[in-house]
Design a protein around this ligand. Sequence first.
Ligand SMILES: Cc1cc2nc3c(=O)[nH]c(=O)nc-3n(C[C@H](O)[C@H](O)[C@H](O)COP(=O)(O)OP(=O)(O)OC[C@H]3O[C@@H](n4cnc5c(N)ncnc54)[C@H](O)[C@@H]3O)c2cc1C
Length: 510
Amino acid sequence: MQCRLSPSHDVVIAGAGPVGLFLACELRLFGLSVIVLEQADDPHSPLKRLPFGMRGLSAPTLEAFHRRGLLDAVTDAQRANDASGATHAASHWMQQARRPAGHFAGIPFFHEDVDASRWSHRLPSPAGTSLMVTLESLESVLEARAVGMGAEIRRGVTVEGFEQTDDEVIVRSADEAFRGSWLVGCDGGRSIVRKAGSFEFTGTPPEFTGYSLDVELEQPDMLRTGRTYTPTGMYTYARPGTIAMVDFDGGAFHRTQPVTLDHVQSVLRRVSGVDVTLTALKLASTWTDRASQAAAYRHGRVLLAGDAAHIHSPLGGQGLNLGLGDAMNLGWKLAATLRDNAPATLIDSYQRERHPVGAQVLDWSRAQVSLMRPAPASRALEAILRDLIDTRDGATYFAERVWGVSLRYDLGSNHPLVGRSVPDFELADGTKVGALLRAGKGLWLDFAPDAPWRELASRWHSRVTYVASTVVKGLGVSAVLVRPDGVVAWVAEDGSGVIEAAQVASLWFG
Ligand SMILES: Cc1cc2nc3c(=O)[nH]c(=O)nc-3n(C[C@H](O)[C@H](O)[C@H](O)COP(=O)(O)OP(=O)(O)OC[C@H]3O[C@@H](n4cnc5c(N)ncnc54)[C@H](O)[C@@H]3O)c2cc1C
């Protein structure tokens, strides 16, 4: 069939989920033309609202939003949600004697036990370390920002495949084709871009089918509230009818049959060991703990990001943060490749940096599955973990992982700041570094104005903002080079190391 060919864009993005939308914002920040193709006509869905649409954002995501001036909009949108009842759970938490700060396989750790003073690479920041939002409110903020910045979003367009040449990619839907210099597949766990591009996607098979359910129960008091491990599985229950449960069926049920009231009731009875009766099934979705990752995130002019590149169970809630981190890492590199003809090593650093982070998250979710198996060995392991997580070392370790504070790329330097998110340094006039990254340029921070950095930094003035100022707390460094994604590329402790500084700046800024 002959199909219409739309005008060319720098980048075609498949999928207007949170990752595709945030990537569109990033690419528009650098002036690229962007079209986002989304199969769904309607962005709204009950699964994106409370209770199942709740998502925990971690430190790297919040820092990224803060640096791009999006954090207030995300927080405001969430407040509007809260006004409609969303904070009930949170306020209930706040009233407890110990404030839960996160969990591992349902085992909580507490704010009071976390020793943040050990994270010497961090300074206090308005971004914070965690925030609960609904997917719906997050997507609405990102979509409004992307459209406001000039991205074109086409709903009701299902990507069916693509062809690429050395110069471009032609992306096909049923009756239209879209031409782009690059295609990024942000089209979720069952990505068509990944499949059409024959990206190798390997990992571990599922052990269970997970259920998220909104039900009416004849006797709501029969089930225990909170998380309960049983000899046949695990369920969590919040009154009056919110249930999540896992059934260790090898993932056999997921997407193979309709989720009916009778089926859910029989699984719930078996998993909980309680003879409950359901009178209504209002909402149901299933998922598994399959954990797979694309071996390569790029084939020629086609890239993958978000769930399209990696899938795992929602245990520990990290997939969204992982995908948004992909977008923040990729956006400026793709822009420099397209606009400034940067060498392929720059775009390839996307895979080099993000693939290991994805692999770690997959392992984090697998480790939680091993604690959830309905087996005596898992209960024994759980008891040990409960003891460990209750210690200061334990809580601090888990907070570091769950809040994303441990995130670090290997950029070839042993300095504790290099490869990490730049600390939110406060300059003499009160400006915080987080606010200086809004335009998407790199930053050359010079805390010792006698040093030779001003002249050197001027070589990259179109891509790097040079800022000379004394600093309130400099963490022992006198100069810092920050990439557009907020990652520290290089630091100086004194005025020496000009050659090394020039090499690092050329590597990232050409
Ligand atoms: C119950 C549950 C709880 C979770 N909790 C958390 C949490 O607390 N924290 C966290 O970080 N993560 C969490 N996650 C994971 C998180 O929701 C996902 O990782 C995240 O939504 C992935 O975003 P994405 O944009 O990559 O993909 P998606 O959100 O799946 O978006 C993909 C988009 O692409 C569109 N699309 C698909 N195919 C096509 C096509 N062929 N053509 C055009 N468009 C297409 C889809 O319609 C969709 O809009 C949870 C997941 C679940 C299921």
